[in-house]
Unconditional design. Structure first.
Length: 202
């Protein structure tokens, strides 16, 4: 009887309704994040009367809001990496150093087995090249955009799949300070991964 009543009064969601619900939830999250940033930082920056700092804040806010989906993935995957690394006998310093110096999610997972399996340096180098070869093409496609940036070496170093998807369009160059936006997006994504790795290894 209970199942019959639920069938009558509670119709299951259609795929379109579910997608709409997820989209609304995402938009609420972004709106809340934007209000939080404005409440915490905008007033403080605006009090200085410095137009340049205000512009930098606008780019920081735009970059942070754009990287929220990346944060959700990087922190979770980073925690998984840190936990796996700790299970193999490597502590928080290893997790921090690997994420800071390697910064290649899939390769870092592979590296755990390479480190514990006694694999030769040649095999390790070939595996690294095979796993991360796509980043060469990412870098090549961004040369024209990044070569004029002051922090171009950092931008190339932090160019991952997700970061590339956020900086490859021409929109930042049309709507604001592209250099600041690129830097903040890269820095935020980098920080998310390192943070997740450290948390997972604690």
């Amino acid at each position: 009887m209970q199942k019959l009543m639920m069938t009558i009064f509670f119709k299951p969601e259609t795929p379109e309704q579910a997608a709409r619900r997820v989209e609304l939830r995402k938009q609420r999250l972004l709106d809340n994040a934007e209000r939080w940033l404005d409440a915490k930082l905008l007033y403080m920056v605006s009090q200085t009367g410095d137009e340049q700092r205000l512009q930098q804040y606008q780019e920081l806010k735009k970059a942070f809001l754009a990287t929220i989906p990346v944060m959700a993935g990087y922190v979770v995957l980073g925690i998984g990496f840190g936990m796996l690394l700790r299970a193999r006998g490597y502590g928080v310093l290893w997790a921090f150093a690997m994420s800071l110096l390697i910064y290649a999610g899939s390769m870092q997972y592979v590296a755990i087995d390479l480190m514990t399996g006694g694999v030769s340096l040649i095999a390790t180098a070939l595996t690294t090249l095979a796993v991360n070869a796509r980043h060469l093409f990412y870098g090549i496609s961004m040369v024209d955009k990044y070569k004029v940036q002051k922090k171009k070496y950092f931008l190339f170093w932090t160019l991952t799949d997700e970061t590339y998807s956020l900086v490859c369009s021409d929109e930042p160059e049309k709507s604001g300070d592209a250099s600041t936006y690129y830097t903040y997006v890269s820095l935020f994504d980098y920080s998310y991964w390192v943070l997740g790795s450290v948390l997972g290894s604690l």
